[in-house]
Design a protein around this ligand. Sequence first.
Ligand code: IMP
Length: 438
Amino acid sequence: MTLPTLAIIGTQWGDEGKGKITDYLAEDADLVVRFQGGTNAGHTIGIGDEVFKLHLLPSGILRKGTMAVIGNGVVVDPEELMEEIKAVEDSGRSVSGLRISDRANVIMPYHKTLDRTEERYRGAKGVGTTGRGIGPCYSDKISRYGVRVGDLVDRTALEEKVRMIYPIKRKLIEAFGGVPEHTTEEIIEESANYGSLLGKYVTDTTVLVNDAVKAGKNVLFEGAQGTMLDIDHGTYPYVTSSSCAAGGICTGAGVPPASIRQVIGVVKAYTTRVGSGPFVTELRDELGEHLQKKGGEFGTTTGRARRCGWLDLVVVRHAVRLSGVTSLAITKIDVLNGMKTVKVAKEYEIDGARVKDFPASISMLNTARPIYTEFEGWKDWSREEATRIIRDGYKALPSQMKKYLRFVSSNVGVPIGIVSIGPEREETIDLRKQKWED
Ligand code: IMP
């Protein structure tokens, strides 16, 4: 295994199956570090009969002996975090490996009110946010009105900040047509209470993570969302409010660029997105519905149905370039089993011209037509065949599927390291341990 440091990045609009890949790779990790996002993320992890839905806790929390770090770039909702801690403890596991950055910003109750109120105000032009207060919290961070985790354990600092900012937030909520849901005193008391519950996990995580990297420990940086939701490089303004590409690791975990050795780009074998915004390969027909049903494409966080479409390599190449992806993890390829043909978009046609690189302009994206390469499909497999594939690995995959995989890899210019053929840990073909054979 060639850790020491490994990053897992979503190459599409999130929901690529990063949770499963992180969980699989976390087996060898000493530290799993989240560096951006908040409770908008949702990772479903199955361990035997148990199913965990994590939004904020790094996936490593479920591995004994692994330290789970919430970095400074994450926005922390203390209420949700306490609930997740309880769920893990109720399963008989310990959260003693949890560490939370004192520099991380806190999602305050008014951020959640504002998120929902602003979405209503935007109406048809809404981003389709998860309503978890993400955008308003990151806005406050950037405009220097944020409350940080360190403030939760410092009553004086907390009171000062809330008393200064909340009167303005109340006016803002009202200006957007909403109603403030909390009093100043409620916010201070509630936040201070969370501070006393979470205080024991709070530390300077940048020291911890950098010390681990220097000591040659296996450090895994766990991305949330996906590159197309990145605040700078995604389909702005239909994006989240953080840096989901690998660059976010440096600021969001406080580590130097050279400390990131390998970057695994997670690619779902087709494309999905929740919320609004352009989606060039979207299938608004029964094929799209088929993918949605077969792939169980309903949000972990909001339960919303995900829009579905063919794999878009213009998107994946954009993500690979931005994050310096060193290998791909292809997920949910089994969802394509049984299809007559499978398509992949290589380029777009916009105003009669061929376009290879993902454009910034939403209006161009809205008129873009995908140029597809079509592949012969492959049969669905029986339980016995699945068992044989798990046992024999890559060489046992259907030949048409291997052709599809080779095309994706050569078009993107990056080798495939992992192919996931189902939700369970063992349904993972690790090509890093095998040869590519026909
Ligand atoms: P926000 O992050 O709640 O502000 O939502 C902004 C956009 O990002 C919306 O389109 C959300 O649906 C989308 N989004 C945020 N988090 C995730 C995620 O973990 N998976 C997929 N989409 C997400």
